[in-house]
Design a protein around this ligand. Structure first.
Ligand code: HEC
Length: 148
């Protein structure tokens, strides 16, 4: 009986150790993610969260979600353009119809990239990454287009 109790105790100790270690790792990863996206988080709160909400869920029928958005995942260049040029007219996001107006987002190429990297990593939009150079190319394309 005593032996059984000490085995149980040992198992309990092992389980809690595993728990503590895995908690430690996941909170470490979370912290690392926060540091990596510090600029994106701040910019998102300032420039997007009023409409799309802090958690990216938006407001159904009014402001489309950025959380697990099929629109975001579908086309990388298109969402860069949404930020650079704004968006209006009818769109369907995750099966819900929207017909609103979003104005172009002010910011440097780096800031736009930071916001998009934050959205794609935190809001479950897969592993897309955005470099400031990609933003610059699309910005350049539009400025040529509009001056022609
Ligand atoms: C004033 C409100 C407002 C703000 C601020 C705003 N948006 Fe939007 N956004 C909208 C609306 C409205 C639409 C849908 C436009 C339409 O119906 O054509 C939209 C559409 C989008 C879409 C495409 C649809 C989707 O949900 O996947 C993305 C991506 C997006 N916004 C990202 C952002 C990001 C990132 C920011 C901040 C940098 C931002 N928006 C700031 C109102 C806003």
């Amino acid at each position: 009986m005593k032996k059984l109790a000490s085995i149980a105790l040992l198992m309990l100790a092992f389980a809690s150790l595993t728990y503590v270690v895995s908690r430690g790792i996941s909170s470490y990863q979370k912290k690392e993610n926060l540091q990596k996206h510090a600029s994106g988080i701040v910019l998102y709160e300032q420039r997007c969260a009023t409409c799309h909400q802090s958690n990216g869920e938006g407001i159904s029928g009014l402001y489309p979600p950025l959380q697990s958005s099929d629109y975001v995942v579908e086309n990388k260049h298109r969402i860069i353009n949404v930020l650079l040029q704004g968006l209006s007219g009818e769109i369907i996001v995750n099966g819900v119809r929207y017909n609103g107006v979003m104005h172009p987002v002010p910011g440097t190429d780096q800031e736009i990239a930071d916001i998009l990297n934050y959205i794609s990593s935190e809001f479950g939009n897969g592993e897309m990454t955005f470099a400031k150079e990609e933003i610059a190319v699309l910005r350049e394309l539009h400025s040529n287009h509009s001056s022609n």
